[in-house]
Design a protein around this ligand. Structure first.
Ligand code: WAQ
Ligand code: MG
Length: 266
């Protein structure tokens, strides 16, 4: 990467409902290419073609960029999505999330976490002890932005993922997003699954466990998905946390460790 970094963000909607979004941090020589890729992606989304696509580009001030390694990654094999959800709840519990809080967040994602019953554009913020939802706008949620891989880290990551048969944009983007979420002050865990009806996988991420993939967290064909960030701490600075997640530029300069696949515990 040469010269100053730019944050480039895309969001696409149809009939005012969120369709897709993307966020990258790139140098000026890459901006046009990424803008074109984002446009194509918005037009080809599995939920349908967008009628509104917004792309914003902002210069990032170099002294605010945090440089981190990606989290470690594991896959836990599960026979079906119900076992996947049980596995997710157990991982959240191990990360310090109270079981009722984990269960209610999982149920919210499963049922469409926006007040309209649809998917949120961003993530829920959930109190890990009480289960209370803390995001100021529960339709929009918290949108994590301004994070990316360096080009070298991207090459290395793709080589490693390729060996595992996992070199897909969904996996790369989710790893990057979870890496930023785990670096946020007060976050103890994340739960996520895709909103793409053809993509049933999701993950739980936590500081100790890293990024734990779960190949099925919903039935195929289901177009609901979402994210919950679990937070705790008696002096939690909510505005500071939201500002970090939405605005602090974070670049990942190397992959984390890759642990062998495991089978779910019975
Ligand atoms: N910030 C906060 N929440 C987001 C963001 C973001 N930048 N992007 C998406 N979300 C929320 C939003 O509610 C989406 O509906 C939901 O997450 C799912 O987003 O095989 O593809 O982009 O290891 O559909 C995970 C498993 C795939 C990958 C996740 O998410 C694997 C995925 P999607
Ligand atoms: Mg999606």
């Amino acid at each position: 990467m040469k010269g100053p970094l730019f944050s480039i963000r895309m969001r696409a909607s149809r009939d005012d409902a969120h369709l897709s979004g993307a966020e990258r941090l790139v140098d000026v020589s890459t901006l046009e290419k990424v803008a074109a890729e984002m446009t194509r992606r918005a037009l080809q989304h599995a939920h349908g073609q967008a009628d509104c696509i917004r792309i914003s580009i902002d210069l990032v001030s170099p002294d605010t960029v945090l440089i981190l390694p990606l989290p470690a990654m594991t896959t836990i094999r599960v026979p079906d999505f119900r076992s996947g959800r049980t596995t997710a709840l157990n991982l959240l519990k191990a990360a310090g999330v109270a079981m009722p809080a984990a269960e209610s967040a999982l149920a919210a994602i499963a049922g469409g976490a926006s007040p309209s019953g649809g998917n949120m554009r961003g993530a829920m913020l959930v109190d890990a002890v009480t289960g209370e939802r803390l995001e100021p706008d529960s339709r929009r949620g918290i949108r994590v932005s301004r994070m990316d891989l360096t080009p070298e880290a991207e090459r290395e990551l793709r080589l490693e993922l390729e060996k595992l048969g996992l070199d897909r944009p969904q996996v790369r983007e989710a790893l990057v997003l979870s890496g930023k979420v785990l670096a946020a002050p007060g976050v103890v865990a994340e739960l996520c699954w895709s909103d793409d009806p053809d993509y049933p996988a999701g993950y739980v991420a936590a500081p100790q466990a890293g990024y734990v993939r779960i190949p099925a967290l919903k039935p195929l064909g289901d177009n609901r998905g979402g994210r919950a960030f679990f937070v705790r701490g008696n002096r939690l600075d909510l505005p500071g946390l939201i500002n970090f997640l939405e605005c602090r530029p974070v670049l990942f300069d190397r992959p984390g460790r890759f642990h062998p696949d495991r089978d779910m515990e019975r």
